[in-house]
Design a protein around this ligand. Structure first.
Ligand code: SF4
Length: 320
């Protein structure tokens, strides 16, 4: 029989060693939801900056719902994965709808099942918010927990069902919010991918993979997809660029930037150079040409992605 996790040790370790993150000093479900959405694809140090920016501008879900998508995108500028910002804005609108229209009268749902009906909320975020803000006895599974599980059970390639099953069985139901956070904190600060600090680990007594932890889980072979695009940076006589809002799909959805596409007519234009931008699943190569436009746009007035800022810098719009 597998040794069971020493739950009390993990909880005691978490109480003593957890990082002081601003959303841990509140029980406000909206603040917690903002942090969980931001941390999905943003490092904690950067997540803190964006969380403070968003939470101080939108201390309640109603404040965001009465704002505009463009303002939310502007505040999100630099955090990447802009679809998250758009879904978050849609979520705020939906929560603030009347109940006859399928809304929640300005109050975030409290249970994980209902939370999952909101835009942008998947099983992980729903479980995290419901357990941390409301104590629902539901287990979270994220990348950190998958790694801890793989090492605890010495499983090189655990299936999503096995990881969820392990998380469900391990859950300390009496304090699910802190339990979920403790496991994630362990994965983030001790059971790290490359150099796990097993000597300090409060649950080493149940760890079957401790002798060779970096074997677990086996690394996923995920090659980045190369994306080649063309871009025309048109400037007016004051050096202001033409900027257009992108459509509602794709990685730059809703953000503003110079015209970009797979095939553009650049026959009469001068070539500026190439911008290289790496995302988690994409290796983007943007060849940029320079053109003219009668009246440009102040780039500070619209939300821009990091990629678009690189293109504008190449054209001398921003200082490098
Ligand atoms: S003993 Fe090491 S490998 Fe096992 S859970 Fe703890 S830190 Fe991870």
């Amino acid at each position: 029989m597998r040794p069971s996790i020493d739950q009390a040790s993990l909880m005691a370790w978490f109480a003593e060693h957890q990082r002081n993150l601003p959303w841990r000093n509140t029980s406000d479900p909206w603040a917690i939801l903002l942090s969980e959405i931001l941390l999905q694809q943003t490092q904690v140090s950067r997540g803190i900056v964006f969380w403070q920016r968003l939470y101080s501008r939108y201390p309640t879900v109603e404040e965001m719902a009465s704002s505009t998508e463009e303002e939310v995108l502007h505040l999100w500028q630099g955090a990447g994965y802009y679809s998250r910002a758009r879904r978050l804005f849609q979520l705020s609108k939906r929560v603030c709808e009347n109940s006859e229209n399928g809304g929640f009268e300005g109050v975030l749902p409290t249970d994980s099942k209902t939370l999952q009906t909101l835009p942008g909320i998947g099983p992980y975020t729903a479980a995290a918010v419901a357990s941390i803000a409301h104590g629902e006895a539901v287990a979270c599974v994220d990348g950190n927990i998958r790694r801890v599980m793989a090492r605890q059970t010495a499983d090189e390639n655990p299936s999503p069902n096995l990881v969820q099953d392990w998380a469900d069985r391990s859950l300390w139901k009496a304090d699910a919010g802190n339990w979920n956070q403790a496991l994630m904190e362990l994965g983030a600060t001790l059971c790290m991918p490359k150099r796990p600090n097993c000597a300090q680990c409060p649950i080493q007594s149940s760890c079957l993979g401790m002798a060779e932890p970096i074997r677990y889980p086996a690394p996923k072979v995920r090659s980045k997809k190369r994306v080649d695009l063309m871009c025309i940076l048109r400037l007016d006589t004051n050096g202001l660029p033409e900027l257009v809002q992108r459509g509602s799909t794709g990685i730059l959805e809703g953000m503003w930037g110079p015209e970009m596409g797979e095939s553009l007519d650049v026959a009469a234009l001068s070539y500026l150079g190439e911008v290289h931008h790496v995302l988690s699943h994409r290796d983007m190569h943007i060849r940029v040409w320079k053109g003219t436009v009668e009246t440009g746009v102040d780039p500070k007035s619209v939300p821009l992605s990091s990629l678009d800022m690189k293109i504008l810098r190449l054209g001398g719009v921003f200082d490098a």
